[in-house]
Design a protein around this ligand. Structure first.
Ligand code: GTP
Ligand code: MG
Length: 253
């Protein structure tokens, strides 16, 4: 798609990747070393690593990012531990700092599609996504990942047809009478504020990948920030070129 894409790993506990990292937090600090040297457990070590980066070494990250020049689309793979997005200010501080430098940032909350299997899990997924959206103070997309694993694809079709009344009615018998008010309040919160919209992401379905990308592009105002490029003009001149893609058309517009 002619994008200048760089991948950043910000997970100090990551072990291996199926993609190439252009910037890797583990070059600065990693969970294993902290656990060994400071005798911390895995969670404490993770928080230590993130504090080390955000509070002391943001210059390290900023310098590496700036080495790639302007007009770069960074994909930042963040740790999966939810407390970093719900009650520690670290990720918020990190993204605010990037925004101050003029980087457009969009958060993509990745929720496993297994959250669709039970309604109580689904509600908890919505609430988790909501909590991180509020905490991060960023434009936010919730992506339902690993949808290739879902056999019953009709589950995905009705994803955003949120029937609050039906969900609380289904939940109540499972949880007992005393929980019904809480269920109702939670479900109504999600419904009334329309704060959580899910984008199904199936790695084997290009349309679903494009839908997520399109959403992120809108938030980031990606096309507004693109300079027309020489090679794009060449493509436009060559009307027989079958490989022309929508990207340069958008740039051209
Ligand atoms: N079927 C399927 N499996 C996937 C997909 N993405 C990742 N996986 C697998 O799911 C497992 C967990 O990977 P991730 O969800 O990326 O989580 P992680 O990076 O290991 O852990 P955290 O970042 O800490 O949450 C790995 O075995 C991956 O190979 C996908 O789109 N489809
Ligand atoms: Mg990960």
């Amino acid at each position: 798609m002619k994008r200048n894409i760089r991948v950043i790993n910000l997970d100090p506990a990551a072990e291996s990747f199926s993609y190439k990292c252009d910037i890797d937090l583990r070059d600065l600090i990693n969970v294993k070393d902290v656990m060994e040297k400071l005798k911390y457990g895995p969670n404490g070590a993770l928080i230590y690593c993130m504090e080390y980066l955000v509070n002391k070494h943001m210059n390290w990250l900023e310098e590496q990012m700036s080495d790639f020049g302007d007009n770069v689309y960074f994909l930042i793979d963040c740790p999966g531990q939810l407390e970093l997005y719900s009650h520690y200010p670290l990720m918020k501080d990190l993204t605010h700092r990037l925004r101050k430098l003029g980087v457009n940032v969009c958060s993509v909350f990745c929720l496993d599609s297994t959250f669709l299997q039970e309604q109580s899990k689904f509600i908890s997924g919505c609430v988790l996504s909501l909590a991180s959206m509020v905490q991060l103070e960023l434009s936010h997309i919730t992506v339902l990942t690993k949808c290739d694993l879902i056999e019953d694809k009709t589950l995905l079709e009705n994803l955003n047809e949120f029937d609050a009344k039906q969900i609380s009615m289904d939940l109540n018998p499972m949880m007992g009478k005393n929980m019904s008010k809480l269920n109702e309040a939670l479900v109504n919160l999600i419904d009334n504020y329309c704060l959580v919209d899910f984008f199904p992401f199936d790695i084997s379905d290009e349309d679903s990948i494009n839908a997520v990308l399109y959403q992120a592009d809108n938030i980031l105002q990606y096309y507004d920030n693109q300079e027309p490029r020489e090679d794009n003009y060449q493509d436009i001149d060559n009307t027989n070129n079958e490989n022309t893609n929508s990207e340069y058309n958008m740039n051209f517009i």
